[in-house]
Design a protein around this ligand. Structure first.
Ligand SMILES: [Zn+2]
Length: 417
């Protein structure tokens, strides 16, 4: 073969490799009965999920390769691509009972694991810290990897750490996880501070100044209202559903939904079966205790390997759904929660915060590839294209922009539109 010929063959091969997946994607029949219109809208929209625990797999499971389609779990690049997911907040989550310097070390491990995943897959992932960077990533057909920190105990009561996390790219912080910390009450612990302490209020102010979104998922109701009284930027609930439908303290009451709407923030609906279905929540608490108790028991069983904790939790729940020990929860429950939140707070204040790889997904939403079903279902309910686009990602991008604008000295307090 001549040199020229070899070049041509190589060029042909390279193009075939590049073109083939595109052809396969565009020619395949819409999965799960998703209409062509929904598929088109979903592809056009910037789809963002504000909470996934895939970070635990990146850190604990050294064999996990996010660029390869996995048999378990809910997230990897091929399934994100299939589901049209354009941006994902990797949760920097450290269990509440890991505190002090070990919590800081673990937070660093998880931030590094996320940044390393991006470094190792530069053709697929890009680290994003602003709304503009998310939009740029989508335009370049890359997935925006963002970071959100789940649990204020990781700052170890030290504002300098908060600032350093922000500098490393963390763009929201959930003030508490399952337990209270030294400055904020959690929704799943006994009240100790009557909401936020004076230091806790300073944390919120500093987050506003840094341009970090204040996340009120997991916090006690009193903490929530304390935050809303002092924040000068819109807040988010990164992964919370409706308490009227599933009566879990982790979920949002209608008053809270209305308060977030008034604040200009956004509530991202969580897909965890026990937060979606009251029937499942009650049965599951009867079977294995509260979500807090059952997760800490699993964590012990897994020897503190939190990738194992979250994977096992879902496996056990799905097995119980299959053998009838627990009621089946279907993916349409997600739509019910979105629709309720939209009715109470408005379509400008609702979004998606799956809790993928950290919870028990409802049947039919086994992984990120199923996301177009949400778009299809909302269109079938009569939602406008614009409202669907906002829910899929437009709302969280708007809030990110508002939080970015509110950052700085704080001199313009209270003047946000
Ligand atoms: Zn959580």
């Amino acid at each position: 073969m001549t040199r020229m010929r070899k070049h041509l063959v190589r060029a042909g091969l390279c193009c075939a490799v590049l073109v083939l997946p595109v052809l396969v994607l565009t020619q395949s029949a819409p999965a799960d009965g998703v209409s062509a219109r929904a598929k088109q809208l979903h592809d056009r929209a910037i789809v963002i999920d504000t909470h996934a625990d895939t970070t635990q797999r990146l850190f604990f499971d050294k064999t996990f390769d996010i660029s390869v389609r996995q048999k378990n779990g809910n997230i990897d690049i091929p399934r994100m691509r299939e589901g049209g997911l354009d941006g994902l907040f990797f949760s920097i989550w450290v269990p509440s009972d890991v505190t002090g310097p070990p919590a800081v070390k673990r937070a660093m491990d998880l931030i590094d694991a996320t940044r390393e995943a991006v470094r190792l897959h530069p053709d697929q992932l890009v680290l994003a810290t602003t709304a503009a960077e998310v939009r740029r990533a989508a335009a370049e057909h890359k997935i925006a990897a963002l970071m959100g920190m789940e649990g204020g105990h990781m700052i170890d009561d030290d504002m300098r750490l908060l600032r350093l996390y922000a500098a490393l790219g963390v763009r929201y912080m959930t003030l508490t996880h399952f337990k209270n910390n030294n400055w904020a009450d959690s929704s799943t612990d006994k009240p100790a501070h009557n909401g936020l302490t004076p230091f806790g209020k300073d944390v919120v102010r500093e987050m506003n100044r840094l341009g970090m979104m204040v996340d009120i998922s997991h916090v006690a109701d009193k903490t929530f209202f304390d935050v809303l009284a002092i924040t000068r930027a819109p807040v988010i609930a990164s992964h919370s559903s409706s308490r009227v439908i599933a009566n879990h303290p982790r979920n949002m009451t209608d008053d809270m939904l209305r308060a977030v709407a008034k604040n200009g923030g956004v509530v991202m609906i969580n897909y965890h079966a026990a937060f979606l279905s009251e029937e499942f929540r009650v049965a599951s608490e009867k079977k294995s205790g509260t979500v807090v108790a059952s997760m800490s028991a699993l964590s012990k069983k897994c020897g503190g390997n939190e990738a194992c904790t979250t994977m096992e939790g879902e496996r056990i729940d799905h097995e119980a759904m299959a053998n009838g020990t627990l009621p089946k929860v279907m993916w349409e429950k997600i739509i019910e929660h979105i629709d309720h939140a939209v009715k109470v707070a408005g379509a400008d204040h609702v979004g998606l915060g799956s809790d993928f790889d950290g919870a028990t997904m409802p049947l039919g939403m086994e992984d990120a590839s199923k996301l177009p079903k949400i778009t299809d279902a909302l269109l079938k309910k009569g939602y406008s294209d614009q409202d669907v686009e906002k829910i899929l990602g437009g709302n969280i991008l708007r809030v990110m922009e508002q939080v970015e604008r509110a950052a700085g000295s704080g001199a313009k307090a209270g003047t946000q539109p």
